[in-house]
Design a protein around this ligand. Structure first.
Ligand SMILES: [Zn+2]
Length: 242
């Protein structure tokens, strides 16, 4: 769903369209010699290329596209950071619709980050696919972080977790996930089945829950490890003195 030479797929209706002057445009904001500048960014057919954007310092490109499908006509907004400060973050950021995703650090496994990101990007276009991906992320976290690899159904895996010394809030969250309207029933399905009907609000709720679970697992573990390392260093220093 990025803006590029091949046009884009509307995240609201799925219509594919070319990025031309009457469907898309942008503004380029940059600092130069201590001054801020704004320049229109015109999109010409077949020539959409970030490399043509000349910049001397860190800058951003704000992009807007309007779906030409007469039944839709909705607007998509993205921003694109450009410049030395953002050299590792070249990806476009979805401002609207809410396909925003968090860029998690490397200690969250790459396949989990990828499935989570895809779930976010597709939430409006296909809530069904998004919720299937979120469910997969949940299973991946249970398998990788908690090392629960046996048990066919998600509900069985959660039950195995109940018997372990796991943060009760997380267990509650897993169970709430199962109980969110229709999605609750879908979560009890086998891995290869696909939910029948899920709306984007429900799919959004799943994404929020996944983000919270990532915070409470990978992110918290990393923070705790860092704190422990620092404490150990301080303790070592004092034990040498005494
Ligand atoms: Zn559209």
């Amino acid at each position: 769903m990025n803006f590029d030479d091949n046009g884009m797929v509307c995240p609201f209706c799925g219509h594919t369209f070319d990025l031309v002057n009457n469907t898309a445009g942008g503004i380029y904001i940059f600092f130069k010699n201590g001054q801020i500048y704004y320049e229109p960014f015109n999109i010409n057919p077949g020539s959409f290329n970030y490399n043509q954007v000349i910049h001397s310092e860190n800058s951003i490109l704000v992009l807007m596209a309007r779906c030409p499908n007469p039944k839709c006509n909705k607007t998509t907004i993205k921003i694109n950071p450009i410049g030395t400060q953002f050299k590792d973050e070249k990806e476009q950021v979805d401002v609207y619709p809410n396909g925003q995703f968090k860029n998690y650090p490397d200690y969250v496994p790459a396949y989990i980050r990828k499935d989570y990101k895809e779930a976010c990007l597709i939430v409006n276009l296909s809530p069904k696919s998004s919720s299937t991906l979120s469910r997969r992320v949940l299973e991946e976290i249970i398998s990788d972080f908690y090392e629960i690899k046996n048990g066919k159904r998600l509900v069985d895996k959660i039950r195995i977790l109940e018997d372990k010394n796991i943060d009760p809030d997380i267990i509650k969250e897993f169970h709430c996930l199962r109980k969110i309207g229709n999605i609750g029933a879908h979560l009890d399905m086998g891995t290869n089945e696909i939910p029948k009907e899920v709306n984007s609000t429900e799919a959004d709720a799943l994404i929020e829950a996944i983000e919270d679970i990532i915070d409470k697992t990978y992110i918290n573990r990393h923070k705790r490890q860092n704190t422990l390392n620092r404490l150990s260093e301080i303790a070592d220093k004092y034990s040498k003195k005494s």
